[in-house]
Design a protein around this ligand. Structure first.
Ligand code: HEC
Ligand code: HEC
Length: 205
């Protein structure tokens, strides 16, 4: 009976785990490799400079995709191009696993624009055809690992607003199906300022 129960459990576990975890990284090795990254991203993935993204707590699937995109120059940035040049796919998986396990440091929103930002995040901008950010990035900014939608709660507003402008002008074009370019094209500078401030204050759960 116990045997039957535990093998049933094993089958169920494999069925659930396989699609997501086929090639999980090794966070211990990732931590060793991350020494090269601490100058900009902090020792625990919480960067001090608001122009550099926090990596702590981000989904490993998303982090891995970004590293692969820098390597293939699908995402172009001079600072990161030099960083990925000597990393192989296993290194990237290990780094992604390490950062995913760290805890993101909380941020706060500029109260003068947070309300406008919250409206955009939760309801989109219907008149401009902008979908609610929440639909993909989650009610608490947790994102969606299976779909590789990044987590947002606590991310630097400065970094995120730069990225939205890059999506808007096409400098960043690694979003599958133009998901973010189509949205950013319809955002004004004030919309971007407001929604990224709101996301900076969101608490991931
Ligand atoms: C000299 C500073 C610097 C160093 C060192 C550095 N990075 Fe970065 N990193 C950046 C900047 C700046 C960006 C944003 C670039 C852009 O606009 O695409 C970035 C972006 C990223 C992103 C994308 C995050 C997101 O939310 O999309 C990942 C992942 C990343 N870095 C991982 C690493 C790893 C792993 C290392 C070490 C092997 C590393 N970085 C070293 C500056 C740095
Ligand atoms: C249909 C799903 C979807 C919706 C709706 C959506 N996003 Fe995204 N967003 C994505 C995906 C997918 C990516 C990652 C693209 C990639 O693979 O690099 C992303 C990335 C981002 C990034 C870059 C994050 C980073 O770490 O570099 C920002 C900022 C962002 N979205 C903001 C928003 C805002 C603000 C809204 C609402 C106005 C929004 N998104 C609505 C799917 C969506």
């Amino acid at each position: 009976m116990n045997y039957v129960r535990s093998s049933l459990f094993a089958v169920l576990f494999l069925a659930l785990a396989l699609p997501l975890g086929v090639q999980a990284g090794d966070p211990v090795r990732g931590q060793e490799l991350s020494e090269a990254c601490t100058a900009c991203h902090g020792s625990d993935g919480n960067s001090a400079n608001p122009e550099w993204p926090k990596l702590a707590g981000q989904h490993p699937s998303y982090l891995y995709k970004q590293l692969m995109n820098y390597k293939s120059e699908r995402r172009v940035n001079a600072l990161m191009a030099g960083q990925v040049a000597n990393l192989d796919e296993q290194d990237m998986r290990d780094l992604a696993a390490y950062y995913a396990q760290q805890e993101i440091s909380p941020g706060t929103a500029d109260e003068t624009v947070a309300e406008r930002g919250e409206r955009i995040y939760r309801g989109g901008i219907p008149a401009a055809g902008v979908a609610a950010c929440m639909a993909c990035h989650g009610a608490n900014g947790n994102g969606n690992p299976a779909a590789m939608f990044p987590a947002m709660g606590g991310q630097h507003a400065q970094y995120n607003s730069d990225q939205l402008r890059y999506f808007r002008n096409g400098q960043r074009a690694n979003d599958n199906g133009r998901m973010m370019r189509n949205i950013a094209a319809r955002l004004s500078d004030d919309d971007i300022e407001a929604v990224t401030q709101y996301m900076q204050g969101l608490r991931a759960e």
